[in-house]
Write a protein that binds this ligand. Structure first.
Ligand SMILES: Nc1ncnc2c1ncn2[C@@H]1O[C@H](COP(=O)(O)OP(=O)(O)OP(=O)(O)O)[C@@H](O)[C@H]1O
Length: 498
């Protein structure tokens, strides 16, 4: 019997990393296994027991190959077994020197979780070096948030402001999650216009992308706030822990959705029941899927199966697979193709009509009133790629529009995501019935206009940087989402199913 086993999917990612990551197809596999172990150890929650189950047999390894156990010869695979056993003993707070079986089991869980993390956060089209820097090297340092020299930037800012004709006093500077905030006192009222017109020049002088500096009129008289992005190396990551901590506080919302942190790091949540539907759009890699996970995990962490039920449609077929374990998915399964998607959407329309009929019989007007007499879960339907779906079948717009128009009163809510926010995907009828919009980074300002009715999303920084347009606020709010991993999702699912 070998010591460590992998699945077919695990082996697939090992090959991908060797070929497209290391660019050395003949590299020994243990290098990838050790990298996966390091990735898993960077997560501060124990790997799930589910990882013991192997779906589709992959390969098997001996400790000698993985940790270099007993191998002190000079062949490049030296014996790190004691060191790895010590680290795992501390991580799990148990003495793994006394139980080989337990050690191997935990080692296998970590390696498999690490491989899964690599699979979800890197793909062969992306730079592997960049992934390593972000995932394994820079992130812990960024958490401390103290690397940047704001004084230096403050001096540069004052000099740049002078160049555009504004001599001002910087009243306050604060470091946000990705942006630094500078409160400027403008003694001359005309300087506000000069500042508005001079933002491009400031960007140029400070070496940040054009359009990435934003200006906000402060709440105090004469104060204007400038938000200047830091270099990605100095961003702070919003950890999933923020969502978990928020979820255990008492919540007034009926369908609580935590979207992330404000620029200065405060929690931001909304009530989907009030929204009552959300459109989320962003270019590839902007962080749409992670944002959807954050919404879904908010619901799973705060509500029970008697309070909320999910209906999931994912034409890509991969993004929602973890939620396949949910016991009460609407329609019994995730809609992964056009036929299944149509079935789910039409069943939602039937459910809506049935509920409305039931409300008439009960003598109530809507879900709110009915919920005092009977118990039925609200339903949240999520479509992962609206454009793909509508491209394959324009007919699906009919149930979507009906739901957008009428489902709220039946306790059914939509979250629609799309990579392509064009008017073909987001027609007038859908538009007018989905008032809450979330824009992650898009390619063109015209796309930003379609989502938010204003430009701005084209200048976002990507990776969970977003603008959220709510019905009761004139201007979109800027937020940074949390970086969720599959492990966080698995924990939220376990919480909901408990
Ligand atoms: N809030 C965040 N903080 C840090 N990194 C993030 C955040 N959100 C997303 N990312 C990273 O950005 C990358 C892209 O995220 P995601 O897969 O959600 O994008 P997407 O918009 O769904 O792209 P696609 O449409 O191609 O699937 C991932 O590597 C992810 O780890």
């Amino acid at each position: 019997m070998a010591d460590i086993y992998t699945s077919h999917d695990d082996e697939n990612i090992i090959e991908q990393v060797k070929t497209y990551g290391f660019r050395t197809p003949k590299a020994p596999k243990y290098r990838v296994l050790r990298l996966a172990l390091a990735k898993s150890l960077s997560i501060d929650a124990h790997p799930d027991k589910d990882l013991d189950t192997l779906v589709g047999k992959g390969s098997e390894y001996w400790l000698e190959q993985v940790t270099g156990y007993g191998n002190n010869k000079n062949d490049g695979a030296l014996d790190y077994d004691d060191a790895i056993r010590s680290v795992l003993s501390v991580y799990h707070n148990e003495d793994l020197f006394n139980s080989d079986a337990r050690y191997k089991k935990l080692l296998q869980r970590h390696i498999r979780r690490g491989l899964r993390e690599i699979r979800t956060s890197w793909n062969r089209g992306h730079s592997f070096i960049h992934w390593l820097r972000e995932e394994l090297i820079f992130e812990p340092a960024i958490e401390t948030g103290s690397i940047i020299n704001t004084e230096l930037e403050q001096g540069q800012l004052e000099a740049a402001l002078k160049e555009i004709g504004i001599s001002t006093e910087i009243k306050e500077s604060k470091q946000g999650i990705r942006l630094n905030k500078y409160a400027l006192y403008l003694a001359n009222i005309h300087h506000l216009d000069t500042l508005k017109k001079g933002l491009s020049k400031l960007s140029f002088r400070l070496g940040v992308p054009d359009d990435s500096i934003t200006l906000e009129v402060g709440s105090e008289a004469g104060i204007a706030n400038l938000y200047i992005p830091r270099d990605p190396e100095f961003w702070r990551i919003v950890p999933a822990q923020r969502l978990n901590e928020w979820a255990i506080t008492k919540r007034p919302e009926k369908l609580p959705i935590w979207l992330g942190c404000t620029v200065m790091g405060d929690d931001f949540a909304m009530d989907l029941a009030e929204a009552p539907h959300i459109l989320i759009a962003g270019a590839t890699g902007s962080g749409k899927t992670v944002c959807l996970h954050s919404m879904l995990c908010s619901l799973l962490l705060t509500l029970s199966s008697s309070q909320v039920q999910l209906a999931l449609i994912d034409p890509k077929g991969t993004e929602f697979s973890l939620y396949g374990k949910l016991p009460n998915l609407f329609g019994g399964q995730i809609g992964r193709n056009i036929v299944e998607a149509a079935d789910i959407l039409n069943a939602l329309v039937d459910e809506m009509e049935m509920r409305n009929q039931h409300f008439i019989e009960l003598g109530v007007r809507n879900y709110e009133e009915a919920s005092h007499k009977i118990q039925m879960p609200r339903i949240v339907a999520v479509v992962e790629e609206l454009a793909d779906l509508l491209m394959q079948s324009r007919d699906l717009e009919i149930p979507l529009v009906r739901l957008a128009q009428k489902a709220r009163s039946a306790g059914i809510h939509l979250i629609l995501a799309t990579q392509r926010p064009d008017s073909a995907t987001f027609s007038g009828l859908l538009r007018s019935n989905i008032p809450v919009r979330i824009a992650l980074r898009v390619q063109k300002h015209t796309e930003s206009n379609i989502i938010l009715d204003t430009k701005g999303a084209e200048a976002l920084l990507g990776k969970g940087d977003m603008l959220v347009k709510l019905t009761d606020k004139p201007d979109p709010i800027r937020l940074h989402g949390a970086k969720l991993t599959d492990d966080n999702i698995a924990q939220a699912i376990a919480h909901y199913c408990r």
